[in-house]
Design a protein around this ligand. Structure first.
Ligand code: NIG
Ligand code: FE
Length: 408
């Protein structure tokens, strides 16, 4: 027998619909009804049509609390084994992230731990991180591979990512990040590694339905623009969208490269220049801001926020949750950092984790509240939308609904 259709009704909420090209799209004293996992009606509580009377018996009275779309964390590396607290201590002693990576730490330290873990323990280690995001209002989550760096291990990581979605009842989008670091068995054979990822892993993992998009770490300590191009060419040939870790520690013209391939997003962007901003604007590529890694690495170069804003490049905000540069388990804290460190307004931060984050994952049917969209909803212990960026830490969610079903 089919499970009961996901339906419900919330009355007397202050709704930030984010409908429209700008603003919160507020509806005061609003009601929202959903059936079969989709929003069936929203508007003023006083105008709720009689057709929804049957839902009134089980309706929830929000008493004026804030209701928003479910939040979307569109850039995470949350599937991994182990932790790197020791590198945190090293950085506090003045050793840089790149120096740690050159000494065999950094990403490769997590690769060793992840390779040593079986799939079940990888899931056990990763689930609580996803749960923390969910408890904080995240109903759609992107998860990258890139800590196994061999074909079977990357497949395991992506399967664990999918499994997290089904375990928690939220939507997980997977990204293949084979070009994250050069695995030790390929040192001195860079070209062979890149070729293998492009011509063997990608088609195989794609055929297994494990890949929603392809990413690369285009950086001095990662992969060159030429290698990234090769990867993107292979992805586009399979019809897969691309995105890029671009211009984080140095300016390799990653933003322009991402734009050239019509990337969904270009992520980090601390070192992006005017040419990169113009390219993003022309391509319609989302600028994915990751203040967690900026904060944890104590970076001083800010992404070019004013230029992105002036060029009307959509700005998304994500946690970049990973064991090295951003051990950040709260998207709301990322919103706070985006405001405090990058100068976003709370409105930009909220649009950055809803409307623009949805666009960065090529998901059109969510990120806003409107009839027909997925019923991904969060009822907050807050009265105003700015509070979501204002409070730091603690729990602010009263209820989290994904696809019409309560998940927290
Ligand atoms: O987004 N830059 C590459 N990937 C991660 C860091 C991964 C790590 O240090 O483990 C990032 O910052
Ligand atoms: Fe990242």
């Amino acid at each position: 027998m089919n499970p009961p259709a996901a339906q419900g009704l919330i009355l007397h909420a202050r709704m930030a619909t984010l409908a429209g090209d700008d603003g919160y799209g507020l509806i005061e004293d609003g009601a929202i009804a959903w059936r079969e996992g989709r929003i069936a009606w929203l508007g003023s509580t006083a105008e709720l049509p009689r057709a929804f009377d049957a839902l009134r018996a089980t309706a929830l009275d929000a008493h004026g609390a804030l209701l928003t779309p479910g939040l979307i964390d569109a850039h995470t590396h949350l599937v991994f084994a182990g932790e790197r607290a020791h590198e945190f201590e090293q950085r506090l002693e003045g050793i840089g992230y790149e120096a740690i990576a050159h000494a065999g730490g950094g990403i490769l330290a997590t690769v060793r731990a992840t390779r040593a873990a079986d799939e079940a323990s990888l899931l056990t280690a990763s689930l609580p991180r996803a749960l923390a995001l969910l408890a904080d209002g995240v109903t759609t989550l992107e998860i990258k591979s890139g800590y196994a760096l061999d074909s079977e291990g990357e497949a395991s990581m992506l399967r664990v990512a999918r499994r997290i979605g089904s375990e928690l009842g939220i939507d997980v989008r997977t990204t293949l990040l084979g070009l994250h670091a050069l695995p030790p068995e390929f040192s001195d054979q860079r070209a062979d590694y890149v070729r293998e990822v492009c011509t063997q892993w990608l088609p195989r993992l794609h055929a297994e339905g494990l890949v929603d998009a392809v990413d690369a770490f285009c950086e001095g300590i990662g992969f060159s623009a030429t290698e990234t191009r090769q990867m993107f060419g292979a992805a586009r040939a399979l019809g897969l969208p691309v995105k890029l870790h671009a211009d984080q520690l140095s300016n390799l013209q990653g933003a322009a490269l991402a734009a050239e391939f019509g990337a969904l997003s270009a992520d980090h962007l601390e070192c992006t220049d005017a040419r990169g901003v113009a390219a993003l604007a022309a391509a319609g590529t989302v600028a994915m801001l990751l203040p967690g890694s900026f904060y944890a690495l104590r970076e001083t170069r800010l992404p070019p926020i004013a230029a992105l804003r002036a060029a009307r490049v959509p700005m998304a905000v994500a946690t970049d949750l990973n064991p090295g540069t951003s051990p950040l388990r709260s998207l709301r804290v990322a919103m706070n950092m985006a405001c405090t460190l990058f100068g976003l307004t709370p409105l930009e931060a909220l649009r950055g984790v809803t409307v623009h984050a949805a666009r960065a994952l090529a998901l059109t049917g969510r990120g806003r509240l409107a009839t027909g969209l997925r019923a991904d909803l969060v009822l907050w212990d807050a009265a105003t939308p700015a509070e979501l960026s204002y409070w730091i830490g603690g729990t602010l969610t009263r209820m989290v609904i994904a696809g019409g079903t309560r998940v927290a």
